[in-house]
Design a protein around this ligand. Sequence first.
Ligand code: ADP
Ligand code: MG
Length: 565
Amino acid sequence: MSKQTHSFQAEVKQILHLVTHSLYSNKEIFLRELVSNASDACDKLRFEALDNAALYEDAPTLEVRVFFDKDAKTLTIRDNGIGLSAEEAASHLGTIARSGTREFMAKLEGEQKKDANLIGQFGVGFYSGFIVADRITVESRRAGLPADQGVRWSSEGTGEFELETIERAARGTDVILHLRDEDAAEFLSAWKLKSVIGKYSDHISLPILMKKETWDAEKGEQVVSDDWETVNKAAALWTRSKSDITDAEYQDFYKQISYDSDAPLAYTHNRVEGRSEYTQLLYIPKKAPMDLWNRDKRGGVKLYVKRVFIMDDAEALMPTYLRFVKGVIDSADLPLNVSRELLQESRDVKAIREGSTKRVLGMLESLADSDSADDKARYAEFWKEFGAVLKEGVGEDFANQERLAKLLRFASTHADEGVSFADYVGRMKEGQKAIYVITADSLAAAKSSPQLEVFRKKGIEVLLLTDRVDEWLLSHLYEFDGHPIQSVAKGAVDLGELQDEEEKKQVEAAAEAFKPTLERLQEALKARAKEVRVTSRLVDSPACVVADEGGMSAHLARMLKQAGQ
Ligand code: ADP
Ligand code: MG
């Protein structure tokens, strides 16, 4: 194929513009992206070679090399991974496949432009090379193709790219950055490159090699030698023993896999043996991602089998309500050619999911139940970010429902936040059997509800539930620790022993005295109210509407109406 010129997909032009303009203050991330692509390419080769060992050709050791040419002002990231065919180069380096990219662009266009945190959350990919380069040349040959089917892709990162066939003996890819003059000085330095690799790519499980530099006393400067040295740790962190890993290393690894610039809230690292054998390294982030509410979003757990990377976001490994968990699971039992479909059915995966769920809940419990004020504050922080998602679990994960119920936190008439069922039960009045709750759109609406009047008067605490999922939560959780959970907005409130004989008599007497009035009201409201009765639940207000016991609460009815149902 002689040289051809292609136009970028419109979205690519947009992202190129945004990436180069918005990320300039954080430009070193281009190296993280390109090294991560090189590492992905090696993972892909290893995976395809499971069925076809010939793909390794004569170079079975997978590695990444980073080197530069000061005179030409080029920086090259070389891998001997899967490589690209000409068609793949045109499509993978000319269009955008990533699903999150659109959202990313929308955010970058908004006001939060300068938010480094936000930028950190996304992989901005190959195109980030154009932050520092005014031309990128990619030379590649796909594993398995003959040497005369190499490809050269080249672009200035504006509207177009060129493609041509080349002769290339080596399998894999060279990404050659022609650095802008103003960036050349900074990145044509072994010291600088090593420090950026150390910061972002230390735990890439492949060796990253750079040429050794030695001190030339005669010239009085560092000179590049022909020897290569490994500049990263190159051992997958989770395979190392816990006692050898520092807290800082755990945190760095988290940042690397999550693109989160904040440290994680908590993590757990275990080697599980027994019926199913696997290693898990799981993190709870501090802040919720923007797409937390998208239940279709895949989780953040990567699956490895015997240290071979299998897939990102293996959703079968975590229940949906723990979709915010990030980390790595490395199984010793699963077949290497496992597919997403197979994962759904595998018994080993089920065991892993159950084990991992327990670990995550355990992490949360140890924060929530800790005596340390610091841990408790961290749990409160967690609850603020992820509490509403955790509530989904109450209806989805019956095996852990009790544990989840203990982790729930609410507002109540006693405190505006952080009230657990256990706190509530501890404050129950003598003779009180039920846990009383009310649902509403907001805390203010809940607090001013007339249905609370009698509870206020008697000093009985009521939980104020204001999350959208709370109605749903109540339809799955009926009791806590033997105490029924009762909505004060439903049916006749049976205060049981909390109501004295005197009051009961008063209600009965009033019902008798107002009988004709009640009958007239009942007649007038026939089509709209099932029953009109005297109540003891009000103190100041003359009347209120309640739902039938077992019926929909007024709040749920309102929500459904809003949703057009
Ligand atoms: P992502 O890595 O999230 O897929 P990128 O923009 O980083 O997005 O890369 C786009 C695509 O280009 C990759 O999915 C891959 O198919 C291809 N690619 C990039 N770098 C390489 C490489 N070094 N070797 C092989 N393919 C690559
Ligand atoms: Mg990438």
